[in-house]
Each structure stands twice: as structure tokens, then as C-alpha cells.
Design a protein around this ligand. Structure first.
Ligand SMILES: Cc1cc2nc3c(=O)[nH]c(=O)nc-3n(C[C@H](O)[C@H](O)[C@H](O)COP(=O)(O)OP(=O)(O)OC[C@H]3O[C@@H](n4cnc5c(N)ncnc54)[C@H](O)[C@@H]3O)c2cc1C
Length: 500
């Protein structure tokens, strides 16, 4: 570890509490005797209440990030209709019980956990083609459900994320990055309408003309702030004739600076038709320096030969490994996708508005090489998701997602084996803070992506939402003035006439 890293490890904030599995949200304690029978009676066919004694309860309660798995709900209601979401929402309020909504359960910071009633919309997973190349996607569908429907049936595509288990709800409400956002925009940019169950139980539609303020907030204002979204309608693209070429090239870390120079100056800055999308991964897998590499992963919407020409400068460098494969559109998405089982993770993000200078890339390379895992199964990473193209076209205030001038979204983090000792976890977190702090300074930004939430971020209001924060608080005041939806970094209500 570098000297500066050691200083940060010794002097950084003590995250030992966060080291293992400590609930960070002091949710109000629920009352002693909730009337579960009443809730059960209200539910229609297909919906179900699960209480802790049931065999399925532990797996349904578990969030993706095991760091938050000790925050257990008192009950889980698995909803098959918006009507049942409404029943659960009103019942929780009548019984003075805290609540959280869950779709895919992949929130990094455990914001879909609660000590009260967990309202899962996961049974609602239908994907339906509508006239005019539109898709209606139910609120509990995942990236995997959407891809399956597209590849098997509709041939219609909405830009989504990489992980098959991520919910389309959480993804859309916070923005939605993927391997097609430079071509067709973020997931939220393609949204044309959503159905929302509001805190007072009304089931409403929000689109460009009906409740446009709520519609605006649902495109980047993050999950569980304004209601529970039970369906989404998107403009989609017919990809039946689209060819995509998958590529993954890996390089020795000493080549990282040159790789980034080519990616930034030679590829992204010149990709005027936005057919190229790229993710650069600097990862230390915790199995020794020899296994550290820099991976360039992505897709070109064109054939094999056009892709090889495009990537010529990288190929000339002689990648340690290379895989380039021309595929049909859906096969390429499958190749790019990943299945991620439960993990124990802490992540921080940055959204710079400029390219990374060579010196900064050098720091990332050195950090990756020196990163200390403490035990097998732990890893440290810096991943850069290319932005720009169509995702950069809207103005920052057009949707609640503000980062329209971004070059990359950078995800900095660590994943560790649950048995890692607390002292070691403390050091893993300190290493992440060190590189995050340096990148923030050198790239002159503290902007962050709300879908990679960081519970340690204090200035999250501006970091996630920029100048859109104030409007979001006004919309919150209109739709959830009593903060029925509440979590650590939840948007608070502030009437429009109120002072800053
Ligand atoms: C392995 C992995 C890979 C990822 N890859 C990408 C990626 O490629 N691109 C990208 O942009 N992001 C990615 N993410 C981040 C992801 O977009 C966010 O974690 C997203 O919020 C997850 O949505 P979810 O529905 O699965 O999560 P959940 O935890 O279910 O929900 C996320 C938030 O939304 C709320 N919520 C859930 N359902 C609803 C609803 N129906 N209505 C209102 N609020 C709701 C929850 O209470 C919570 O606050 C990834 C995350 C993981 C863990």
C-alpha cells in the first residue's frame, strides 16, 4: 500500500461499525401487535404475506448486499397487483410500521431493507409489447426478465443494465447505465409513463402531461422517494436487424495509462455515431499482483471487421487476452450480462466531467497493484462506465438525473468474504476511501451516482442530484409530505415557498 494510503488507513474515519453487518438506518421500532390477519385478508390472488416462521422468509428477506442482512423485516408482503401494494402501504401506516419497497433488492446501501414491512413487487414481472414500439414493464421485473421477453418474443429493447438480477424499478428511478446508453440514452431517458401507488394510497399515472413533476422525479430521483412504482412504459428500439460485436481485452496494469489514452482520445471522443460502449475495469482480485489486470469490456454495434478496425490501436498493443465475437443483438447482451449472487460490498462513486489525465490513471494503476486483500475472496476495484453520446444530450434539469456532462461514472469499491475480520474490513474500506479521495480531488468533482449509493456520503444531496435537489424536495412535499417513504438518504419534503 502507498504511504498516502497508509496515512488514510490510520487517520480515516472509523468505519468499523460499517465493517460487518451493522444496520445504518435507525428505523422507528414497530408496535408490538400488528394485525397480520387483517393484512392477509386484504390481499388478492397471487399476493402473499410471509412471516419469519415460514421457510421462504430468510431468502426473501435477504438483500443483495449481505452487509445489511441483519436488518430483518417483521413481515414481507409479496404483491402481484398495484391494488395489493396499496393495501400493504395503507396497512403499514395504520399499524405504525416502517416500510420499504423492493424490486430486485440490489441496492448497494441496503435501502430496500426495513425492520417493519417489506413490500416486494417482484411477482409483477410481465413485459408486454404495446403499439408504437413501446414496452410496458411491470414494477418487479429485472434486467433478466426484460432480456428474456425481448430475445424470445418482442425483439424490442430498452437500454438496461448488466446484472440480470437488478430490478428495472431501482435502475430506472435512479438513472440506468448500460452498454447501450451512449446509443439510445439511459434507461430513465426512455421512460414515457409510470404507474405509482402514492403514500395516501392513490394509484396514479405520471407522464409528460399527467403529473409531469412526478414523472420528472421518477427519472433519476431514486427509488422509494415518491411512491411505489408498479409499472413503467418505455419507448423501445426494434433490434431484430441489429448486429453487435462483443469484445473483452485485458492488459497488464503497466499498460493502463496507454489503454486509457486510447480509449478516451482515440475511441470515445471520436465515436460520433455512438455505436461504441465501453467499461474499463481495474481490479485486484486478491490473488496476487500477477492476477491484476486492466480489462476493456464492451460492445460495438457493427460487425467483427468494423470492430477490429475501431479497436486497432488497442489490438496493436498486444492484449494479454482478447475475445472479439460478432453476435446477434440479444446474444451480445447475454454475453455482456452477469449474474451476481449475494455479496458483501462497499462502494463509492464519482461522476467527472472531464477525461482522466495520465497522472490520475497512473494513481489508479498503482492503487490497484498495491491494494491489500487481507484474505482470499476479497477484491478491490475501480470501474469506469463510459458516458456521453445520447446519455449526454438532455440538459441537466430535463430529468432528475443531472450528470449530463459526464465522461464516466466511476465505481470504486471493495467486495469481501463475510468471514473477513472487522479490523481487515476497516482497512479495506480505508483503501477505498483513499483512492476515492484522490480521484475526487484530481478530477475536481464530488458528484456521485445515486444508484451506487454510499451511506458515508454527507453531501449526498448535491452529489446525487446537483441543482435538481431543491425541485425534488418540493415534489416530495406534494406527494409524500409525511415521509411515509423514509431512509437515510431519502429526499425530505420542503414546500416550494420554504427557504433553502
Ligand atoms: C451486481 C450489480 C450490478 C449493477 N449494475 C448496474 C448497471 O450496469 N447499471 C446501473 O445503472 N446500475 C447498476 N447497478 C446498480 C443498480 O442500478 C441499483 O442498485 C438499483 O437501484 C437496483 O435496483 P433494484 O430494483 O434491484 O433494487 P432494490 O434494492 O429493490 O431497490 C432500489 C431502491 O428503489 C426502491 N424501490 C424498489 N422497488 C421500487 C418500486 N417499485 N417503486 C419505488 N421504489 C422502489 C427501494 O426501496 C430502494 O430504495 C448494479 C448493482 C448491482 C448490485
Amino acid at each position: 500500500m502507498s504511504a498516502a494510503g497508509m496515512v488514510a488507513a490510520l487517520t480515516g474515519r472509523d468505519d468499523a461499525g460499517a465493517a460487518s453487518r451493522i444496520p445504518s438506518t435507525p428505523s422507528p421500532q414497530p408496535p408490538g401487535n400488528p394485525n397480520w390477519q387483517e393484512l392477509e385478508k386484504m390481499l388478492g390472488p397471487g399476493s402473499r404475506l410471509y412471516l419469519p416462521k415460514e421457510p421462504k422468509f430468510p431468502s426473501l428477506a435477504q438483500p443483495w448486499n449481505l452487509r445489511y442482512e441483519d436488518r430483518k423485516p417483521m413481515g414481507i408482503v409479496s404483491c402481484a397487483t398495484a391494488k395489493d401494494v396499496k393495501a400493504a402501504l395503507l396497512w403499514a401506516q395504520d399499524n405504525h410500521m416502517p416500510l420499504a419497497a423492493r424490486a430486485g433488492g440490489h441496492n448497494y446501501a441496503g435501502y430496500s431493507t426495513t425492520t417493519g414491512l417489506l413490500i416486494s413487487v417482484r411477482p409483477m414481472s410481465e413485459v408486454t409489447a404495446l403499439p408504437g414500439k413501446r414496452l410496458r414493464i411491470a414494477g418487479g421485473a429485472t434486467n433478466g426478465d426484460v432480456a428474456k421477453a425481448g430475445a424470445g418474443k418482442t425483439n424490442l429493447y430498452v437500454p438496461g443494465g448488466r446484472c440480470v438480477g437488478v430490478g428495472i424499478a431501482g435502475l430506472t428511478l435512479g438513472g440506468g447505465l448500460g452498454f447501450n446508453d451512449r446509443k439510445w440514452g439511459l434507461t430513465c431517458d426512455n421512460l414515457v409513463e409510470t404507474e405509482v401507488v402514492l403514500a395516501d394510497g392513490r394509484i396514479v399515472r405520471a407522464n409528460g402531461t399527467d403529473r409531469p413533476d412526478l414523472f420528472w422525479a421518477c427519472r433519476g430521483g431514486a427509488g422509494s422517494n415518491f411512491g411505489i412504482n408498479t409499472s413503467f412504459v418505455y419507448n423501445a428500439v426494434d433490434v431484430s436487424q441489429t448486429t453487435a460485436t462483443f469484445f473483452r481485452l485485458t492488459f497488464h496494469p503497466r499498460d493502463g495509462v496507454e489503454v486509457m489514452k486510447i480509449v478516451q482520445e482515440g475511441l470515445l471522443a471520436r465515436d460520433h455515431d455512438n455505436n461504441l460502449d465501453i467499461r474499463i475495469e481495474f481490479e485486484n482480485p486478491g490473488t496476487g499482483r500477477d492476477n491484476v489486470n486492466v480489462a476493456v469490456l464492451g460492445q460495438y454495434l457493427g460487425d467483427d471487421s468494423a470492430t477490429r478496425t475501431k479497436l486497432g490501436a488497442l489490438l496493436k498493443m498486444g492484449p494479454a487476452e482478447q475475445s472479439i465475437e460478432q453476435l446477434g443483438f440479444w446474444a451480445a447482451q447475454e454475453k455482456l450480462s452477469m449474474v451476481s449472487e449475494h455479496e458483501t460490498v462497499a462502494s463509492k462513486s464519482l461522476v467527472p466531467a472531464k477525461w482522466l489525465p495520465a497522472e490520475t490513471v497512473k494513481e489508479i494503476v498503482e492503487w490497484t497493484l498495491r491494494w491489500e486483500p487481507h484474505r482470499a475472496g476479497n477484491s478491490g476495484y475501480v470501474t469506469l462506465f463510459a458516458m456521453g453520446g445520447k446519455a449526454g444530450e438532455p440538459r441537466p434539469a430535463d430529468t432528475a438525473f443531472p450528470h449530463r456532462g459526464a465522461t464516466f461514472v466511476i465505481d470504486v469499491g471493495t467486495s469481501w468474504h463475510p468471514e473477513t475480520k472487522p479490523e481487515a474490513v476497516k482497512h479495506l474500506l480505508a483503501q477505498t476511501r483513499t483512492i476515492h479521495g484522490r480521484l475526487s480531488k484530481e478530477l475536481n468533482t464530488s458528484a456521485a451516482y445515486v444508484n451506487f449509493p454510499d451511506p458515508d456520503l454527507t453531501d449526498w444531496h448535491t452529489a446525487y442530484y446537483g441543482n435538481n435537489y431543491s425541485r425534488l424536495t418540493q415534489i416530495k412535499a406534494e406527494y409524500d409530505p409525511h415521509q411515509v417513504f423514509r431512509y437515510d438518504q431519502g429526499i425530505p419534503p420542503r414546500p416550494s415557498s420554504g427557504a433553502e
